[in-house]
Design a protein around this ligand. Structure first.
Ligand code: AGP
Length: 624
């Protein structure tokens, strides 16, 4: 996620902005920049890579001024570059914007603004906001005639109010205009924005760590609010111009806690961010239902989807488990034959591909060596490659024919959680658009599929309320040395993922198995000391899985079962039951994985393990 910091006061702004950006580094970024109101104009400094590059740029070319905005960019639209780095300006170079979020209708707005003569410098969605405000200023000036100097602030305020009401999507904005040097505006819609209240200075930021060393008095903005920051005061308004009173809070967190938003670990924070990861990955991609949304987004047109004769899903680790689930989705709904391979195996087997084979490479980092090698091998043999990736501009996206980005924000914890859910969401989108393109889905079936997707964030929020019950279960089992996870059909990969989560952060030996495989060997492991986690939510294979459960119970297994709310069959047979909300079978992995993530997290924490940085593991395996 991007990081915003703004300052207006009596001190030199640049050092405060640079320090604020450093305190927002944890949010992840690939470029940074700042803009200062100086000598009647705006001075921009922007650089790619680490903040030290921006530091050096500012050291070489200092900028005096007491009103400024800064930004750490986590790329979503347009690769990391100086042109794409924020702040962005309008055509006059006197109005600047920093943005966190996704403007869903930016292409439409950009088309209209270009037609009106605006010239764009970047590939970003964010730059559109600067030009839109400029356009509103022009129209308001024309309507109000020449504006006296003391009326420029209301003019600026109204132009911003009007502009943001044309934006669709999620945004937190910091906005400056050189003609109003004593005013800093902030606007919030679905992306966090907080105001730090000093005595004679004001701060605007994405998160409190940015200004905690200057003030602990803060106001967390709500959606649809505009903050007007002047040197000695801050006022808040609704988008209709009505003033609104806000009660400041006294921040008790220290900086480390603030970076994790009060969570003990990044992994737990990221588990709780999953509903948001889904919502952000969905933005602008569902409608119009036809492939227009997806093809504009990843370039994989309806015609290309129609011509695909088979799909190879390749990935590593958690991403591989997402690929296994993708197979069930694509074969069931889109009727496309699929193979799924661990990338390190795929790259060395004698793969059979042709120009109608689509290789779908799934990777959070986009830098996993085995996945990159697998894609290179497949493309050499004539296949087309689609990357499902969370990192804009990464190697995998540059070496694939098409890219479908997940918008989960940076995943700091080594154990992948929200990125996994984002990958699944991307596979649901691919399934939807493939099914429509291949005329397998009617419009009605497509709309039903979309409705099921749209319910997922709320369902995950419901499952997260089980956290304390899951902590209780973890308290009973955290000293165990072995675990078995069982699942069938589309939840077999979820069992694999639950086992991987547990083993990689708690160092407990854990195996995921297809429930139907029990009698082919693993049942020999069953004894009263071995906890068995069984995914028993409602499905077309529920009865079959229930009998597997009974086989294990008959041999004394310690059973922890995930069931669908209202289940009456499993309760009497399992030692512990977690009730999950009803969800259509093919959407259940998105729900069922969450308790398994939380179980692994709590067990690892109770064992005193380093949850965010487990031993021997790297966040991105860039070597074979
Ligand atoms: C998952 O929790 C692990 N951190 C690991 O298996 C990871 O999923 C795998 O290394 C693939 O990484 P990628 O998604 O960045 O390609």
């Amino acid at each position: 996620m991007c990081g915003i910091i703004g300052y207006i006061g009596s001190r030199q702004a640049t050092p405060i902005i640079l320090e604020g950006l450093k305190n927002l580094e944890y949010r992840g970024y690939d470029s940074a920049g700042l803009a200062v109101i100086s000598n009647g104009g705006v001075e921009l400094r922007r650089s790619v890579g680490k903040l030290s590059n921006l530091d050096e740029l500012v050291r070489q070319k200092p900028v005096p001024g007491t009103c400024a905005v800064g930004h750490n960019r986590w790329a979503t639209h347009g690769a990391p570059s100086q042109e794409n780095a924020h702040p962005h300006t309008d055509c006059t170079r006197k109005l600047v914007v920093v943005h966190n979020g996704i403007i869903e209708n930016y292409l439409t707005l950009k088309d209209g603004l270009s037609a009106a003569g605006h010239v764009f410098q970047s590939e970003t969605d964010s730059e559109v906001v600067a030009h839109l405000i400029e356009e509103k200023l022009k129209k308001l000036r024309a309507a109000r005639g020449s504006v006296a100097r003391d009326l420029l602030e209301p003019l600026f305020f109204d132009a911003v109010r009007q502009a943001v009401q044309e934006l669709h999507g999620a945004y937190a904005l910091g906005i400056l205009w050189a003609d109003c040097p004593k005013m800093l505006l902030g606007v919030r819609s679905q992306c966090p924005l907080v105001v730090g209240l000093g005595q004679t200075e004001m701060f605007l930021a994405s998160d409190v760590p940015a200004f905690l060393s200057y003030t602990r008095k803060a106001v967390f903005m709500e959606d649809g609010e505009i903050a007007v920051l002047n040197q000695g005061e801050c006022r808040f308004f609704k988008l209709d111009g009505q003033k609104t009173d806000k009660v400041p809070l006294q921040i008790q967190w220290d900086r480390t806690m603030a970076e994790k938003a009060g969570f003990k670990h990044f992994m737990l924070k990221e588990i709780y961010e999953q509903p948001r990861a889904i919502e952000d990955t969905l933005r602008g991609r569902l409608f119009p239902l036809k492939d227009g949304a997806l093809s504009r987004e990843c370039g994989l047109s309806s015609a290309a989807l129609k011509d695909i004769s088979r799909i190879h899903l390749v990935a590593c680790g958690t991403a591989y488990h997402a690929g296994l689930i993708g197979k069930y989705l694509l074969e069931h709904f889109a009727k496309v034959p699929c193979e799924v391979d661990i990338a390190s195996e795929y790259r060395y087997r004698d793969i059979s591909v042709d120009q109608n084979t689509l290789v779908v490479a799934i990777s959070q980092s986009g830098e996993t060596a085995d996945t990159l090698a697998a894609v290179r091998e497949a493309r050499t043999r004539g296949a087309k490659a689609l990357a499902i990736c969370n990192s804009v501009g990464s190697s995998l996206t540059r070496e694939s024919d098409f890219t479908l980005y997940t918008h989960c924000g940076p995943e700091i914890g080594v154990a992948s959680t929200k990125a996994f859910v984002g990958q699944l969401l991307a596979l649901y989108l691919l399934t939807l658009h493939s099914s429509l393109a291949r005329d397998v889905f009617s419009e009605t079936e497509g709309r039903k599929f979309v409705e099921d997707i749209l319910r997922l964030p709320g369902l995950i929020r419901t499952v997260l309320k089980l956290d304390s019950s899951i902590l209780e279960i973890a308290g009973k089992f955290y000293e165990k040395e072995h675990f078995l996870f069982l699942g069938r059909h589309i939840n077999y990969p979820v069992a694999l993922e639950g086992a991987l989560k547990l083993k990689e952060i708690s160092y407990i030996h854990a195996e995921g198995y297809a429930a139907g495989e029990m009698k082919h060997g693993p049942i020999a492991l069953i004894d009263p000391k071995l906890p068995v986690v069984a995914i028993m939510t409602q499905s077309s294979v529920f009865e079959k899985t229930l009998s597997n459960l009974e086989e294990a119970k008959a041999r004394g297994a310690l059973l922890i079962a995930l069931v669908t709310q209202g289940d009456r069959h499993v309760r009497g047979k399992a030692d512990m039951v977690l009730e999950l909300p009803q969800v259509p079978e093919f959407f259940s992995p998105m729900i069922n994985v969450v308790p398994l993530q939380l179980l692994a997290y709590h067990i690892a924490h109770l064992r005193g393990c380093d949850v965010d940085q487990p031993r021997n593991l790297a966040k991105s395996v860039t070597v074979e």
